[in-house]
Design a protein around this ligand. Structure first.
Ligand code: AMP
Ligand code: ZN
Length: 471
């Protein structure tokens, strides 16, 4: 499989350290509010990546954190803790907020067929691991204590901007507009590993540490949770593109300084879902959730298809019109699959040919829109229905669009509707009219049509014969 690696800025053949196990880490949600559909785009594409790897024959162990402490309102180590903000907004405790929104996130994942990772670890579970990493960084001279906080010293690194050559003046923490410079920092990019002093003394969750009572910085959790469950060598680290800087940049800085060797080989970043007026974000107040889409009558699978129709490395623009198009495409696709007849033997050679197109799409940097085209190709293919159904079922292991289940449900509903409408007397009259037409007895055919019309029945002549419906 070829994947674009943000670290090297090119598509590379994916080769895991251990051929029998892919170690994958994905940044999880900050559980201070519902996930918006932009966040969920990232989780959908990460889910497709994991399922593609499994489909291609790899074992995968995937770990995700739940940020329930330490993510401040600004990525620049300033502002209030987002969890505390959520707790104040709802007049609840931080742990209540974390519990509630973790469950809400889980429910959203279920609705969108996003597989729950093998390990999901709340950040508050790993305080000992953070303290150990911070202490080691201090012992190795990679970190320093100043003004009550422990900072990572970026001047000890050979290269800090690992993902691209940022314009330092634009991106350097502490010099962005509206971000106050932290005078404790020796270098403007240094970041906090452990806080004991912040402007917000009412931080709800605090722990004892060698540096005083305090709480961890946001970046340290992902390094430690990953190493706790996946060891020192990571194959893939994933997240939304906004996480590349400073979050992932700082994760690499502290992890590699702690380990003394390279940490993660492939960095997978999903680009943003935007609205016409910019990035979707929670800080803007109103935002779209999957429950809101449902309340407007959209099947979550329509949103999943909407995401899969575009490449993860392109920004995706959300509009109701675009979502409507995906919803119609989903309904049509399911309706078409519902007409397939499962009887007959699967043609294995034809199935292999169909699969190879699908695999080719996944292998080309997870080209999900081409993978969806492969589904349409199945429907057009010159093979029997049983083979088509086998191919679609197989592809849906990755796409997770519930294609077979939705088609079966539709076929069942249609059969039930037909059965509910069955009326032998009307069937007999329709048949008599057909006979009259065959005998060119137009007067009788018209009489029957009028009689049925008077009873509220309309006859519809179709290529398969006359049908009727109540009007
Ligand atoms: P958060 O809960 O804010 O920590 O974000 C959860 C995930 O969603 C992270 O991987 C972010 O990079 C990602 N994310 C945030 N905003 C968007 C967006 N508009 N589109 C896609 N992904 C996003
Ligand atoms: Zn992270």
């Amino acid at each position: 499989m070829y994947l674009y690696n943000s670290l090297t800025h090119k598509k590379e053949l994916f080769v895991p350290n251990d051929p029998n196990l892919v170690k994958m880490y994905t940044c999880g949600p900050t559980v201070y509010h519902y996930a918006h559909i932009g966040n969920l785009r990232t989780y959908i594409m990460e889910d497709v990546l994991e399922k593609s790897l499994r489909y291609l024959g790899y074992n995968v162990r995937r770990v995700m954190n739940i940020t329930d402490v330490g993510h401040l309102a600004s990525d620049a180590d300033t502002g209030e803790d987002k969890m505390l903000k959520g707790a104040k907004r709802e007049n609840k405790t931080v742990m209540d907020i974390a519990r509630y929104y973790t469950e809400a996130f889980k429910a959203d994942c279920q609705k969108l067929n996003i597989k729950w990772p093998d390990v999901v670890e709340p950040a508050t579970n790993c305080i000992d691991e953070y303290i150990h990493m911070v202490q080691t960084l201090l012992d190795n001279g990679k970190a320093y204590f100043a003004g009550g906080n422990v900072y990572f010293d970026t001047s000890t690194l050979e290269k800090y901007y690992v993902f691209n050559d940022h314009d330092e003046e634009d991106l350097a923490v502490g010099v962005r507009e509206g971000v106050e410079a932290d005078t404790n920092k020796k270098n403007k990019n240094d970041f906090v590993l452990w806080f004991t002093k912040s402007k917000f003394e009412d931080q709800a969750l605090k722990w004892d540490s060698p540096w005083g009572v305090g709480y961890p910085g946001w970046h340290i959790e992902c390094s430690c949770i990953s190493m706790k469950h996946l060891g020192e060598d990571l194959d893939i680290h994933a997240g939304g593109i906004d996480n590349a800087f400073p979050h992932h940049t700082n994760e690499i800085a502290q992890s590699e300084s702690f380990l003394g060797h390279k940490w993660c080989n492939y960095w997978f970043h999903v680009h943003h879902l935007n609205t016409n007026d910019g990035k979707m974000s929670k800080s803007k107040g109103e935002f779209l959730t999957v429950s809101l889409l449902q309340s407007k009558g959209y099947d979550p699978m329509a949103y999943r298809l909407f995401c899969l129709q575009s490449h993860y490395r392109r920004n995706l623009v959300f509009s109701w019109e675009n979502l409507d198009n995906a919803a119609v495409a989903y309904e049509k696709l399911v309706a078409k699959i519902a007409t397939l007849n499962a009887d007959g033997a699967v043609d294995e050679a034809a199935l292999d040919a169909l699969k190879s197109r699908f695999v080719g799409a996944l292998n080309g940097d997870l080209n999900t829109s081409l993978a969806i085209t492969a589904v349409y190709d199945v429907l057009k293919a010159k093979c029997n229905d049983a083979t088509k159904l086998a191919a679609i079922k197989d592809f849906d292991r990755v796409l997770s669009l519930d294609l077979i289940a939705a088609a079966e449900a539709l076929a069942k509903k249609q059969a039930e509707e037909e059965a509910a409408n069955a009326d032998p007397e009307i069937d007999a009259l329709v048949a008599a009219r057909t006979e009259a037409k065959k005998a060119k007895n137009w007067a009788e055919a018209d009489r029957i049509r009028d009689e049925l019309k008077a009873r509220g029945i309309e006859i519809i002549d179709t290529p398969q014969g006359a049908k009727w419906r109540k009007v």
